[in-house]
Design a protein around this ligand. Sequence first.
Ligand SMILES: N[C@@H](CCC(=O)N[C@@H](CS)C(=O)NCC(=O)O)C(=O)O
Length: 199
Amino acid sequence: MHIYGDIQSGNCYKIKLLVEFLGLPYQWHHVDILNGATQTLEFLQKNPNGKIPLVEFENGQTLAESNAILNYLAQGTSFIPQDAFNYAEVLQWQFFEQYSHEPYIAVARYIAKYLGLPADRKQDYLDKQEGGHKALAVMEQQLLKTPFLTGADLTIADISLFAYTHVADEGGFDLSLYSAIQSWIERIKNTPNYVSMAD
Ligand SMILES: N[C@@H](CCC(=O)N[C@@H](CS)C(=O)NCC(=O)O)C(=O)O
């Protein structure tokens, strides 16, 4: 399996974290988004949407969208609950991540970390703070009740939300306000085969 991504991107890191937890073999191909590498003809043939992560399998099939990739790779493993309702809760968190979390926390982090907080994006960055804190508060509420987002077990819902949450401070979000999220982050970091974004 070939994974096209940038390890500093949370969406890409999600895939790396799952394949490491599962011990799956893969080859990582770095894609430089700031240099337009997602917009080349060659890359657009693999993903017409011009975004990473992208996974390419030995038979030539390709799959984009981080959470779709997680769902595919985790089929039949403990990272997807067998109970249908519990699985729907995993999906609920993953859709939440894409609509209510990532557009605030990941974008604020992108403006600060990748772009260096340029003056013409400062307002955009500030506008992301309220929505990001709202998403963190929703997670905090759940994590005060259960060790992982959908209950007692670590699932792909946690991987989806861990990716940008654990580096939310890089987007200006003070995680010391969220004690249950901090404990959850430690729980995930202590899981066997965990790899950090820096690894
Ligand atoms: N919904 C997508 C978002 C993917 C995405 O936004 N990828 C960014 C990096 S985090 C990207 O490829 N940006 C480069 C571009 O848009 O040209 C997912 O979850 O995979």
